[in-house]
Design a protein around this ligand. Structure first.
Ligand SMILES: Nc1nc2c(c(=O)[nH]1)N[C@H]1C(S)=C(S)[C@@H](COP(=O)(O)O)O[C@H]1N2
Ligand SMILES: [Mo]
Length: 366
């Protein structure tokens, strides 16, 4: 393990003394892009005001008269109002959602894009109606391959002509999964504007870009979508090849001790692991350059889509600082790589990461 790959900025790990009541670490003010501060990442369910926010364009202001159009290659297109949505059977899903750009600052060289550190990930409960219920009512044509979610937000982009609207597609199987929902609530309260009020998609297991906010239209399409956010952004672009970003890669994060903090040699290490490809099978920890991986104990996640808690007791070496690494493996057999293959826009950084701590000698006051 090289210390180069732990290049982890620790600004959020060392908040100002009076910053403890700040709910979010702002990455960009307008439109708001903000991370969950590390001190809130220890909670299994992220406090609602600290759920990360990522918006590409000026926020659309939609009110309670907002409706969703369901159309495209369907038997009976229709328009759904919010009261009609509220009258349908409600589903609740607790989901760990991560922005595909999370950890971009840990890549070398740092790719263009919002400068996310490691807090663009949160876990909360979303409530609404299964997307499937709406699609069944519309009646999909037999040749439908994807469902397109279109947001009410749009704006100019440097590398596109005219206005670009936020839109993202899902394969039929993911769209028809009962836990893919058209959500109206987060953590038991109506969605805030930042989180997509009055209604958005939630796609468990996928990076955040699939969960289209300010949902205006659902369209059944018979050829794969090729819009801006499917082919120019939220893509893994490597040596000219382009692959849309989809499910979340297996990843882990140590939340205690915190990066840049201190601890005694004998320390309880805790954190979270998650994957869009399956449950977490194993989390291992290592210290400094020792090629010895110690298996952590796994706990019980809040749901099948929520991050897995892990914990282990370690004895750190008698050195002033130590780096503690975590590495997760999912039940599909994916393990976090030492370092990801660099991609042009800096998505999907699930490379093994270490937290650097100052080691306080026991029995000695410093
Ligand atoms: N309409 C619309 N939906 C969107 C976005 C957006 O800019 N516009 N951003 C996406 C991205 S990149 C992420 S990571 C998630 C973030 O959801 P949150 O702001 O509720 O955390 O919303 C997704 N849905
Ligand atoms: Mo994102």
């Amino acid at each position: 393990m090289t210390s180069a790959s732990i290049d982890s900025p620790t600004a959020s790990a060392m908040p100002d003394a009076d910053a403890t009541d700040v709910a979010l670490d702002v990455v960009r003010a307008d439109p708001l892009c903000a991370e969950t501060p590390v001190r809130f990442l220890t909670a299994p369910i992220t406090p609602a005001p600290s759920v990360y926010v990522r918006s590409n364009f000026a926020l659309p202001s939609l009110d309670t008269t907002h409706t969703i159009d369901i159309g495209g290659a369907v038997r009976s297109p229709f328009t759904m109002s919010l009261p009609e949505l509220a009258a349908l059977p409600q589903r609740h899903v607790t989901v760990t959602m991560e922005c595909a750009g999370n950890g971009r600052l840990g890549m070398d060289p740092v790719p263009p894009g919002e400068p996310w550190r490691f807090g663009a990930v949160s876990t909360t409960t979303w409530s609404g109606v299964s997307l499937r219920t709406l699609l069944e009512r519309a009646g999909l044509a037999p040749d439908v391959v994807e469902i397109l979610g279109v947001g009410a937000d749009a704006g100019p982009r440097d590398d596109a002509d005219g206005e670009v609207r936020f839109a993202r597609s899902l394969p039929i199987a993911d769209a028809m999964h009962p836990d893919t929902i058209v959500a109206t609530h987060m953590a038991g309260a109506p969605l805030s504007v930042d989180h997509g009020a009055p209604t958005r998609l939630i796609v468990p297991g996928w990076y955040g870009m699939a969960s289209v906010k300010w949902l205006a239209r659902l369209e059944a399409i018979t050829t794969p979508f090729t819009g801006y956010f499917q082919r120019q952004r939220y893509v893994y672009e490597i040596d000219g090849t382009v692959e849309p970003v989809r499910r979340s890669r297996v990843k882990s994060m140590i939340t205690s001790p915190i990066d840049g903090g201190s601890c005694t040699r004998s320390v309880t290490v805790q954190g979270w692991a998650w994957s869009g490809a399956g449950a977490i099978a194993r989390v291992e920890l290592a210290v400094n350059d020792a090629p010895i991986w110690i298996e952590a104990a796994l706990g019980t996640p809040a749901s099948a889509y929520a991050w897995m808690p892990f914990e282990a007791e370690l004895m750190l070496p008698d050195t002033p600082t130590a780096t503690i690494w975590s590495r997760a493996t999912d039940t599909a057999g994916n393990t976090q790589p030492q370092r990801i293959q660099w991609n042009r826009f800096g998505y999907g950084n699930n490379g093994i990461r270490g937290v650097v701590v100052a080691v306080t000698a026991e029995g000695r006051s410093e």
